[in-house]
Write a protein that binds this ligand. Structure first.
Ligand SMILES: Nc1ncnc2c1ncn2[C@@H]1O[C@H](COP(=O)(O)OP(=O)(O)OP(=O)(O)O)[C@@H](O)[C@H]1O
Ligand SMILES: C[C@@](O)(CCOP(=O)(O)OP(=O)(O)O)CC(=O)O
Length: 401
């Protein structure tokens, strides 16, 4: 077999606290507003991607979760991302004649998500971040993550934020060529490692309106949207960055919840309206406000992406307070035992019962019926090198379905 080059990487999911919703340029994937997110820990949710290039490959190919994905391999998103990465390699080769001209070789990519794909858990964000970071490593590019984020953005907007750990901003930029629309670190994970997240995965089929088409319907038809992008988000963007820098959880949480509500309001204001949240999502919103009212301060925030799953952000110091409610109500779901021992779980239940929360607060215990599992995680790092190689010597997946 001819000479080959291989690289592997893992990348995280990110969940926005200030939502990206709307494109001003669909081809370059330029947004109508800046956004902010928290990167989640790869011990719980991650994409692993391996890539190989070889002079004898005859086309670019991609396998996702053990199956060749022809639709994605031939998509404009993937072709554009690979073309941009190759261009960078080509520029490098032009400057240094000793480099092998791998920019003209085809690439095989094998990727696995350790969580459900296309189920509202930001697989496209982790997936394209992993792909860009992996191919950049394969082609030995020297570009930093901000530079690479301009390419990841073209795969899926939210992917640009998964190139950093901790707290991340996607600055919308102003230029028509997209050269200033990029992801930057607001603060590393070490700045506020106490930030935790609890994902309540709602029982739901695949969403009927994709983010990509949903946001363009909103851009075209919602009046509320104009106010959101010109007034609401620009102000919130600065306030949220400050709340992160100051580690001001109450402000961070309030802005996060308000922004989720504002984003879903513009969906409802689209014509015809788009519904991403369901009855269970709304029950979670009510529950979070009840918990905060019970403690007399904001200890937990909710946020919802383009689907019914709830992501709750909270600080480690308030874990027992929060879980005394959440565990008692969602204990029948899977996902608890890997994070807490029996003693801790009993303590949560005891608090719930001793404080007579059920009797005093008229809680809706049926809420659990609308959820399928809980994922307990926290803020985490950006893409990481890995020894987990998913591609074999022939450039085919080591594991197939
Ligand atoms: N590991 C991966 N590598 C490359 N592309 C991926 C990967 N995982 C997912 N994708 C792409 O992202 C698509 C799923 O994106 P989609 O926006 O529908 O769902 P999601 O990102 O899981 O949910 P949401 O955007 O609502 O959070 C897949 O069909 C595939 O094209
Ligand atoms: C609601 C969101 O999750 C929307 C994410 O949209 P995508 O990044 O999936 O959209 P495309 O750029 O069209 O691929 C909010 C967010 O992550 O900021």
């Amino acid at each position: 077999m001819s000479e080959t080059y291989t690289a592997s990487i893992t990348a995280p999911v990110n969940i926005a606290t200030l939502k990206y919703w709307g494109k001003r340029d669909t081809s370059l994937n330029l947004p109508t507003n800046s956004s902010i997110s928290v990167t989640l820990d790869q011990s719980d949710l991650k994409t692993t991607t391996s890539a190989m290039t070889c002079s004898s490959f005859t086309k670019d190919r991609l396998w996702l979760n053990g199956e060749e994905d022809l639709q994605l391999s031939e998509s404009k998103r993937l072709t554009q991302v690979l073309a941009n990465l190759r261009l960078k390699r080509k520029e490098k080769e032009a400057k240094d004649a000793s480099l092998t001209k791998i920019s003209s070789w085809f690439i095989h990519i094998v990727s696995i998500n350790n969580f459900p794909t296309a189920a509202g858990l930001a697989s496209s964000a982790a997936g394209f971040a992993a792909l860009v970071a992996c191919v950049a490593k394969l082609l030995q590019l020297d570009d930093d993550m901000t530079e690479l984020s301009k390419i990841a953005r073209q795969g899926s907007g939210s992917a640009c934020r998964s190139l950093f750990g901790g707290f991340v901003a996607w600055e919308m930029g102003e230029k028509s060529d997209g050269s200033d629309s990029k992801a930057v670190e607001v603060a590393p994970l070490e700045h506020w490692p106490q930030m935790k997240a609890c994902v309540l995965v709602a029982c739901a089929d695949k969403k009927d309106v994709s983010s990509t088409s949903g946001m363009q319907l909103t851009v075209k038809t919602s009046d509320l949207f104009q106010k959101r992008i010109t007034e609401v988000v620009p102000e919130r963007f600065e306030q949220m960055k400050k709340s992160i820098m100051d580690r001001d959880f109450e402000l961070f949480a309030e802005l996060t919840m308000k922004d989720s509500n504002s984003f879903h309001a513009t969906c409802l204001d689209s014509y015809p309206p788009i519904f991403y949240m369901n009855d269970t999502s709304r029950k979670v919103v009510r529950l979070v406000h009840t918990i905060n009212a019970f403690y007399g301060r904001t200890i937990v925030a909710y946020t919802f992406d383009a689907g019914p799953n709830a992501v709750l952000y909270y600080l480690e110091e308030n874990e027992e307070k929060l879980m005394s409610f959440i565990y008692a109500m969602f204990k029948d779901l899977s996902g608890w035992e890997s994070k807490y021992n029996g003693e801790q779980l009993s303590k949560f239940l005891k608090n719930f019962e001793e404080q007579k929360l059920l009797d005093t607060l008229s809680l809706d215990m049926d809420i659990v019926k609308g959820c399928s599992r809980v994922i307990l995680t926290r803020v985490g790092p950006g893409p990481l090198d890995t020894d987990d190689v998913l591609i074999n010597q022939e450039g085919l997946p080591k594991f197939t379905k």
